[in-house]
Write a protein that binds this ligand. Structure first.
Ligand SMILES: [Zn+2]
Ligand SMILES: [Zn+2]
Length: 388
């Protein structure tokens, strides 16, 4: 009964979140003390400290400048207000451009934009429906020119991630930031594209485990032929993140890599990786008399069975593309022949793209990379909730 209560509470939280908007911290961590907000499409209402200042159907160009705890707003060169908060509330078609000389690319946002000063830096929230947010995530995380079916796969993954991480920035009073810390988000995404269609055709669809809990839908660029058990990277065993053999990604660009180290550098780096290695063991580090081979993925670099080094630590310290490599010693060099790119857990993007091109549908692709999961509509979860 207690379990049911927890489940019902969780589902009600999930559905509520899906039906409402998400608050995204955009240009998160910026050090800008002024920015221009320009209406690029649609109609918007502008609020200074919650008071409607004006409603516009013509284009506006506001310069917003931050001092320690407030904002000053200029229209052209003339100062029009000073306040704590500015809100731009657009209609369904409204798009606002944020402009600064330092931006390499143009930045556009739909939905609402809220501005405050964070100790002199402009702090910006973009508030919008999750289904309008996801295309901007796919644009940033996946990019253009992918097969249509693959956009459905990635839309379901990113929707699941969003709903299971709504509390990531709870302390700062928003849901997710627009950096890789959460999910990269590019802002407004043009309508009518394959990305938009991928999101729309999978509206409200998410991945859940056997307990109807949203899964950690991990993904990476290329697994090199075999994915990794979750506990080998994050110390947490999840039943749906199991190692599988994957032949779909083998012929892609990031399937193979090599990296060489001089023996001095190698020894120095290995001491950094593992404090357990003492200098009297240095000869062992050189793999001179043997090879380190991974026919299948291993968890440890096991050339010295008395000192097993987690491959995930080597990947970080040696800045390797993956943990899936063989090591050989040749002419004073340690040569690593590696496969794959990324942590290797969950869905392999290169493999999933290849499967999409071969005609597999999004359901088969998701079930191939995530074990024992269900692909469900949030509305069904809600039905389940009321059914209790
Ligand atoms: Zn974040
Ligand atoms: Zn793969």
């Amino acid at each position: 009964m207690k379990y049911l209560f927890i489940l019902v509470f969780f589902l009600s939280f999930t559905f509520h979140a899906a039906a409402t908007a998400v608050k995204i911290g955009v240009l998160y961590g910026n050090t800008l003390n002024e920015i221009n907000a320009i209406q690029s499409a649609g109609h918007a209402q502008i609020y200074f400290d919650s008071l409607l200042y004006f409603s516009t159907d013509t284009s506006f160009n506001l310069k917003i400048s931050a001092d320690l705890d407030s904002l000053t707003i200029f229209n052209g060169e003339s100062k029009i207000a000073r306040c704590k908060t500015i809100k731009i509330v657009g209609d369904a078609d409204a798009v606002t451009q944020l402009k600064h000389a330092h931006f390499k690319h143009e930045k556009f946002y739909g939905g609402e934009l809220h501005f405050t000063s964070n100790r002199g830096f402009i702090f910006i929230l973009n508030i919008l429906e999750i289904e309008n947010y996801l295309p901007g995530v796919l644009e940033a995380e996946v990019g253009a020119n992918r097969p249509p079916e693959y956009y459905k796969v990635q839309a379901i993954i990113c929707r699941t991630y969003t709903l299971s991480h709504l509390r990531r920035h709870e302390m700062e009073d928003f849901n997710l930031c627009d950096k890789e810390h959460c999910q990269a988000y590019k802002g407004y995404s043009k309508s009518g594209t394959e990305i938009q269609k991928g999101v729309q055709k999978t509206k409200d669809i998410v991945l859940v485990d056997n307990d109807f809990i949203l899964i950690t839908a991990a993904f990476h660029a290329n697994c090199g032929g075999q994915t990794v058990n979750s506990e080998d990277v994050w110390n947490k065993k999840l039943d749906y993140l199991r190692s599988i053999k994957d032949t779909f990604c083998l012929h892609e660009k990031s399937a193979l890599w090599t990296k060489e180290f001089s023996d001095d550098t190698w020894i120095q780096k290995m001491h950094q990786v593992s404090k357990a290695y003492k200098h009297e063991n240095d000869s062992i580090l050189l793999v001179q008399d043997f090879y380190f081979l991974q026919d299948a993925r291993k968890k440890f670099y096991d050339v010295n069975i008395n000192c097993l080094i987690p491959l995930k630590d080597m990947r970080t310290m040696l800045e390797l593309k993956s943990t899936y490599f063989n090591a050989v010693y040749r002419n004073g060099q340690i040569i690593l022949h590696g496969r794959g790119f990324g942590h290797g857990v969950g869905l392999c993007q290169d493999g999933a793209i290849r499967m999409s091109k071969l005609g597999y549908n999004y359901k088969s692709i998701l079930h191939f990379y995530y074990q024992n999961v269900s692909i469900v509509n949030l509305e069904k979860l809600d039905f389940f909730k009321f059914d209790e």
